[in-house]
Design a protein around this ligand. Structure first.
Ligand SMILES: [Fe+2]
Length: 372
């Protein structure tokens, strides 16, 4: 059985200009991006390429409506390569438009249309969080079905994942914080996943070290210090993507889903709200399993004697991104049971990777502790 795979060719390139030269960007290329990333970085070095700004089709998380509207505009264009320059939404949609048949996108996601990648796909992330440049999954909201759905197939792997640190230098601190915390959670959840193996663990551990050490530098020297470490954060995000792309994420992602979906809280921020509380419960339920090794690693970074490792971790993380209670997001107490039901019945893809099984009562208890 396959334990580990990294399909895209990985490249680190110092500047967008150098990328355009090395990849000979121009005619035959469809660049999916937004003005924030394109202007100032790619102006004048991508002549001849067709540039499409996703914001024209809507804001926020990707939907089937956005994909269908975009498809109408690009269906008669000739392009051989799709180049995605952006965050999670742009990357997820680029994986779709590299397919031979795109519409109706609902049929693609419900597997009535087979996936078959007919365009070369190059992904350039502009946040340090999703790890989506190295995974084979895209998630969109199917408005016709009233739910988010993920499509995972080998046909969605990029051919190249290109890391260009300069693109992240203008990322607002809040986006930097939510995306890098998401990457940290990818690394930690995948480390404890039952599907973890020595190959994924190596990437998880390295990502954890890079991100937490980077946070300590920011706490010590101020927000501007992140740009000195942005290359490491970008690398860590890709490492974490490699780890969770092979070993999976678990309860933290599962429990954040209904909350972030209902209250439109950014993915990384919603994961952060749930994160340490889930791990405190894991630690209580199965303290002698693999979590001991994780706790030793975390303690070696955050200090202490190990007894309060998650409190110390929370102190470090809250210096990067203040944490709010569910109540502060407007969640009503009666919704905690609805969220719990969603986790128990709809998030099995993720909860199958839990370090130790969490009962309905335990999931509800975690939400209660987070409520405020
Ligand atoms: Fe995530």
């Amino acid at each position: 059985m396959s334990q580990f795979r990294v399909k895209p060719t990985l490249c680190q390139i110092d500047s967008c200009k150098a990328f355009c030269e090395q990849f000979e960007v121009g005619k035959g290329d469809l660049i999916l991006t937004n003005p924030t990333y394109f202007e100032g970085f790619f102006d004048g070095c991508a002549d001849g390429a067709t540039v499409v700004f996703l914001k024209k089709y809507g804001k926020g998380e990707p939907t089937d409506l956005m994909v269908e509207a975009l498809y109408q505009d690009i269906k008669d264009l000739e392009y051989k390569r799709v180049i995605a320059i952006g965050g999670g939404s742009i990357i997820d949609i680029a994986k779709i438009i590299a397919q031979e048949t795109i519409s109706p996108v609902v049929d693609l996601f419900e597997k009535k249309i087979p996936t078959k990648k007919t365009k070369e796909l190059i992904i350039i992330p502009t946040t340090c969080g999703t790890g989506s440049e190295v995974t084979s999954v895209s998630v969109i909201e199917l408005t016709v079905r009233g739910t988010k759905l993920g499509l995972q197939t080998d046909e969605e792997f990029a051919d190249y994942a290109v890391l260009i640190p300069e693109l992240l230098e203008k990322l607002p601190f809040r986006f930097f914080a939510t995306s890098s915390i998401d990457a940290l959670i990818h690394a930690i959840e995948s480390y404890l996943s039952p599907k973890a193996n020595p190959f994924t663990e190596m990437f998880s551990v390295e990502a954890i070290k890079l991100i937490l050490h980077g946070y300590q530098e920011i706490v010590a020297h101020g927000e501007a210090a992140r740009n000195e470490h942005i290359k490491e954060f970008l690398l860590a995000s890709t490492y974490a993507g490699i780890a969770f792309g092979n070993a999976g994420c678990a309860a933290v992602h599962a429990m954040s889903m209904p909350f972030s979906g209902t209250y439109h809280v950014p993915h990384g921020e919603a994961n952060y709200v749930v994160f340490t509380e889930v791990f405190k419960v894991y630690n209580r339920l199965a303290p002698d399993g693999k979590i001991r090794i994780l706790n030793e690693l975390l303690t070696s970074i955050v200090g202490g004697d190990g007894s309060d490792v998650y409190e110390r971790l929370e102190t470090l993380l809250s210096a990067i991104l203040p944490k709010k209670t569910l109540k502060e997001y407007g969640v009503k107490e009666e919704e905690l049971a609805v969220f719990t039901e969603n986790v128990m019945t709809k998030q099995g893809r993720l909860t199958a990777n839990n370090y130790t099984p969490l009962s309905k009562e335990e999931v509800y208890g975690i939400y209660q502790n987070l409520y405020g």
